[in-house]
Design a protein around this ligand. Sequence first.
Ligand SMILES: [Zn+2]
Length: 438
Amino acid sequence: MPATGFWIRRIQWPMMELIKENRTRHYMAELQRAQSLQTNALVESQRKKLGKLLDHATRRVPAYTEFASEWETQRDQPERFLQRLPILRKSHFRQNADQYLAQHANPAKLIGNRTGGSTGEPTRFYLDRLAVERYEAARWLGLSWHGIQIGDPCVMIWGSPLELNQQQERRYRWKERWLKNRLILSAYELDREQLPTYLRLIQRFQPVYLYGYASALHSFAEMMLERGLSLGIRLKAVVSTAESLHAHQRQTIESAFEAPVINEYGARDGGMIAYQCPSGQMHIFSENCYLEVVDPLTVMPRLRYQLGDMIALSPQSCDCGINFPVLEKIDGREDDMFISTHGKIVHGHYFNHIIRGMDSFRTFQIVQHEPSRLSLKLVKDPDSYLPADESRLLAGIQAALGEVNVQVAYVDHIPPSASGKVRYAIRECPLTTAPRME
Ligand SMILES: [Zn+2]
């Protein structure tokens, strides 16, 4: 809706800046200036920021204060000092999260969050507004490389928050629609029956771009191609996020939506890390993250925090005019799609979504061996375990997949797969069932 976009840009954002002191556009302008700096200047700027972060962490963050005197002697070499710090694993962080909270942090200003984590281990942490606004700024900058502006209409193929009552749900949708100009279509209900409805909703909304999980966009695109359907709207881009985007998925999405696919690389607990430019390279927001150290986080600095993705840096530069360094390869975020006994496709995030709302389980792994036969491994959190959560979880699984048989096992640990990542949602049977008569 173009008029809504105009209103958002001209009235709503300036008001948010005035009344709520929102700084997103300010940070975006900062990043925009940085992107055309020469490599030396970028490295220098990043070194300064890293130094500041280390100052802050060693002074105020209990987990790092023991390194304070060592840091004092190595202040001119922040990169080298960083290597001295232990790698921070999620499991360690989860058990000692309090140690990572800055001492001056005002509890009223903490923004609680938790990862769904494509590694299947929900982790709780805090952000502050500075961090949130910087992440947002990086995303808007990445989108601006493709001609997309703040407030442009967007259709998201996304998981809607569970456990909202009807009124909360309506409020959420209203806010998305009128304050963000976004229409959210559930990635969990995406199937052949819903396809025509989804297409109609998209056509009526007239988005400038689509945004969604790689696998959900891909199955949407496959269904369209299967039936020879098209959107009939000129999109500027389709933005794929939250998972690895494979070359064959990109191809299918591009041909179904007749628009370029942009890969966004971020993590709920790592911020916006990189964005694809019009020349097809992934540029790292080096002003917001340092190779392995991520974040402009101030309330909860996690140095050398291991996100669990495998990435490779590229020595190449890019000809697009953006000088942020280039990321060569991102590997490891895999979320399988599941199939219900009625032939519906259910995104692996769905299970994650349910579990994230419960404190009973530290992590889980669900495997679909056959459409109606699954196994579920659960790791209990002994401090907050409620037996009723198991039946709630099973009810949630059956609501999505139908009358399936789920073998539940409680385990102490879920070993990672060969890639090094713990996969929480694995499908072993083919996704396609025989086409039904319609
Ligand atoms: Zn580029």
